[in-house]
Every structure is written in structure tokens, then in C-alpha cells.
Ligand binder design. Structure first.
Ligand SMILES: Nc1ncnc2c1ncn2[C@@H]1O[C@H](COP(=O)(O)OP(=O)(O)OP(=O)(O)O)[C@@H](O)[C@H]1O
Ligand SMILES: [Mg+2]
Length: 305
């Protein structure tokens, strides 16, 4: 079954902005789905429609098999949303914020206490439970919004840029938390600007730009579409004009005095590059892929025209 099914979804805001221009997407249950796109692409609008906060202009959306037009409540009950903007009652206590949310979903208070403790502990906020939200750091507030979104144990968790402004260590902690949640069966949909995050977490990805899905598939499939892959080689000796001339066919350039970057077309093998090094009697100390491949693809696809 699909957790989310979207057909030809359009949204035009009252201002006349066409935020979504016919988006179709199927997100299977249990997926970890990454939605990538530059600022203003339509990510938050899409999430808003799925979660019932924004009215669509046309098209069809089903959540956990429930059409949002015919059965808006049933769909909403299966979703937890972590919004992009902070929307916490900052003078309320952390524990109360999480427990009070349960009321909207008809979760009995006793059960809510248990879930609140479980998620506040898992997200490293249990010690802060009696503090007011205003006293939390930005990263803590984000995690509090995650705990709050999970209070009714939703089948689907949607997070709109959950790691924006979160430091590296906390971000990794959040990744582990989300990965575990997904392995327990929760479908996760996340928008992000961090390509590394998408590559690390997502099973399937869609890239959205100007209100249209321009690519979708697994990370592997998307990266395969790249025509060229850059590699960096650390050389034993300093790079000279002669070094570069031996690797001219690979578009070589010096990254620094002893690191050379080559661009390997799809139809060539790394062996061909090593042959070129051999011919020039150039010794290589080390090699690595020199750019995040997903990042390269993303930039290629969303290039400003
Ligand atoms: N409430 C609104 N009223 C009018 N226009 C809106 C509204 N919300 C969003 N838009 C416009 O719709 C387009 C898509 O915005 P949206 O917030 O969905 O993008 P986004 O992909 O989430 O961007 P970001 O990465 O910056 O969060 C933008 O042009 C934006 O200005
Ligand atoms: Mg947004």
C-alpha cells in the first residue's frame, strides 16, 4: 500500500503564485522519502496539503489510503508533522507541550504520559521536561517538535527541514533516531537542503523545482544519471603543465599544487585514467570522489535558466 498517493496536484495561491504545477508522487508505506528542492520550490506547500493545513487548487491526494477530500480526518490521524517554522507555545513546559498535543488525536492521557516520556528520552529532552520551551536552544526546540509530532504514534512522519540550524553532532543523533523509527515501520518523508542528509537517509528521492517534480527514484538511480563523475588524485610530485597535458582528455585541472581533478565520462573507466597517469610516469598517492555526486546532479537539474 502507498502511504501517500498524489495525482496531478496543483496549488495556486491567492497572490497568483503557481506553487505546485501538477505534481504526481507515490510514496510506499515504510519508505524513507527525501524531498529536495531549492528555496521556493514548493516543498512546504506540498507538505501543507498532505497534512491538511493548506487547501489544494486541484488534483487528488490520498493519505494511508484515505482521500483527503472524502476522508480528511482519517488521513490526518495517521500523520505527524514537524513544521519548518517553530510553532511552540514558548511559555508552556516541554512535557505539557507534548502531552497536550495528544488531546487533538483522542489519545488517552495515561497513554500520552507514557509516549511523551518515551520520545522525550529518545530525543534527549527528558531532563528538560519541566522547563518552558522558551528556555530551549533552537536544536532542542526542533527535537521537541519531533516528540510532539509522534505523540499519537503516527504511521507517517513528515518533517520539513528538521535539521536546519542543528549542529553536526545533534544532526547525526537525529539521523539515528529517524533511521530507527523508519526501521520500526514508520514511513518518513523529509525535506532538506542538505544533499548529504538525503543521500544518507532516503531510500527514494524526488527533486522538485518551480512546483514540478523534475526527477525521482532511488539515490542510486539518480546518481547513475550523472554523465560525468569527478575524481581527485593526490600526486607524489607537484603538478606541472606537462602533468595536465597527459590528462587533457579527462578535463584535468589542479585543485592545489599536488591534487589533480579529472572528470570521468560515463563511458570511460577509472582504469583509463590510471593508464594516462602511467604514460606520463605520474605517481598517485591517493584518490577520492571529489564532489558529492547527488549535489552535482541537483545543481545540474536546478540550474537557474
Ligand atoms: N501563504 C502563501 N501565500 C502566497 N504565496 C505563498 C504562500 N506560501 C508559499 N508561497 C509561495 O509559493 C512558492 C512555494 O513556496 P514553498 O514555501 O512551498 O517553498 P519551499 O520549497 O518550501 O521553499 P523553502 O526551501 O524556502 O522552504 C513560493 O513562491 C512562495 O513564495
Ligand atoms: Mg519550505
Amino acid at each position: 500500500m502507498n502511504a501517500i498517493s498524489i495525482k496531478n496536484l496543483k496549488k495556486t495561491y491567492a497572490t497568483g503564485v503557481h506553487a505546485l504545477k501538477g505534481v504526481s508522487l507515490e510514496i510506499p508505506s515504510g519508505d524513507f522519502f527525501g524531498l529536495l528542492g531549492p528555496n521556493g520550490a514548493g516543498k512546504t506547500t506540498l507538505i501543507g496539503i498532505i497534512s491538511g493545513l493548506v487547501n489544494k487548487t486541484s488534483g487528488n491526494v490520498s493519505v494511508a489510503g484515505f482521500d483527503i477530500d472524502k476522508n480528511p480526518e482519517n488521513g490526518r490521524m495517521t500523520i505527524g508533522v514537524v513544521p519548518q517554522e517553530f510553532n511552540l507555545s514558548i511559555f508552556e513546559k516541554v512535557f505539557d507541550i507534548v502531552v497536550d498535543q495528544a488531546g487533538y488525536y483522542g489519545v488517552p492521557r495515561k497513554k500520552a504520559f507514557v509516549s511523551a516520556e518515551k520520545y522525550l528520552r529518545a530525543l534527549g529532552l527528558w531532563e528538560k521536561r519541566d522547563q518552558k520551551a522558551i528556555a530551549l536552544s533552537g536544536g532542542m526546540k526542533r527535537r521537541l517538535m519531533i516528540a510532539r509530532a509522534l505523540i499519537h504514534e503516527p504511521q507517517i512522519l513528515i518533517l520539513d527541514e528538521p535539521t536546519a540550524g542543528v549542529d553536526v553532532e545533534l544532526r547525526r543523533g537525529m539521523w539515528d533516531f529517524l533511521t530507527k523509527l523508519n526501521s520500526e515501520g514508520v514511513t518518513i518523508i523529509l525535506t532538506t537542503h542538505y544533499l548529504e542528509e538525503a543521500e544518507r537517509l532516503a531510500k527514494q528521492l524526488a527533486i522538485i523545482d518551480h512546483g514540478e517534480i523534475i526527477e525521482k527514484g532511488s539515490v542510486k538511480e539518480l546518481v547513475k544519471k550523472l554523465d560525468i563523475q569527478p575524481f581527485a588524485f593526490d600526486l607524489e610530485k607537484r603538478i606541472t603543465a606537462e602533468t595536465l597535458s597527459h590528462l587533457r582528455e579527462f578535463d584535468a585541472r589542479a585543485l592545489d599544487e599536488d591534487t589533480i581533478e579529472v572528470r570521468l565520462p560515463k563511458n570511460r573507466s577509472v582504469n583509463d585514467v590510471f593508464h594516462a597517469f602511467d604514460r606520463g610516469e605520474i605517481r598517485v598517492k591517493n584518490m577520492r570522489t571529489s564532489a558529492n555526486r547527488l549535489e552535482e546532479l541537483f545543481l545540474n537539474l536546478t540550474k537557474k535558466s
